[in-house]
Design a binder for this molecule. Structure first.
Ligand code: ZN
Length: 202
């Protein structure tokens, strides 16, 4: 199983980090060892001083596919959720400044948090509201209609390079409002008003 992540997919988020918008999706990956086990608390790694949350819509691939056309993309997932792409922003900034790959900052253990999966048939993934609350305060308020590359286009683009396999996850990028977590924070994520994600920071 692999986790494909899209970067800079909402203009307001690209702007808050001072990043240019690219014509093609920005892609990076996390290994399967990055998956967070919901029963555990998230323990802040000791090699970073700036772990930040990025709330993202996540689709789970349910069919093998290569060179998938966007008009058929919805046949390749049945379930979706929201997840957190935890990012060691200090490490990522150092790597970016040197033009080096981001993996240490993005693909570390427990960095891919997943909420409860929902049926894609029951929601409009092209116009989906999703929110993150930190200690009860709304910090991210996204809608998938603001994506620069929508889910069908992401699937078409990624599957040109990587065969999509059953169980693969695609993190589709974060809206604006990313920020740091500290010990004892509580993160809660909602899809259309329904709570599907709960993470305690240790
Ligand atoms: Zn992200």
């Amino acid at each position: 199983m692999k986790i494909i992540c899209i970067g800079r997919n909402y203009a307001a988020h690209a702007a808050e980090l001072g990043n240019e918008i690219q014509k093609e999706p920005v892609i990076f990956m996390k290994p399967d060892s990055a998956v967070f086990r919901q029963r555990d608390a998230f323990y802040l790694p000791d090699w970073t001083n700036d772990v930040q949350y990025e709330l993202e819509v996540v689709v789970r691939i349910n069919r093998l596919g290569k060179n998938i056309e966007s008009r058929f993309a919805s046949k390749y997932y049945q379930e979706f959720t929201i997840g957190i792409d935890f990012t060691a922003r200090d490490v990522q900034s150092q790597l970016k400044a040197k033009g080096l790959p981001w993996e240490k900052a993005k693909a570390f253990d427990q960095s891919a948090v997943l909420g409860e999966f929902l049926s894609a048939d029951e929601y409009d993934l092209s116009n989906l509201n999703f929110q993150l609350y930190k200690n009860g305060d709304l910090v991210q308020d996204g809608n998938t209609s603001l994506m620069l590359h929508n889910i069908p286009n992401i699937i078409e683009h990624c599957s040109q390079y990587f065969t999509l396999k059953i169980g693969d996850l695609i993190f589709t990028g974060t809206p604006e409002g990313v920020g740091p977590v500290t010990s004892r924070d509580l993160l809660e994520g909602y899809i259309e008003g329904e709570k599907v994600l709960n993470v305690k920071i240790k």
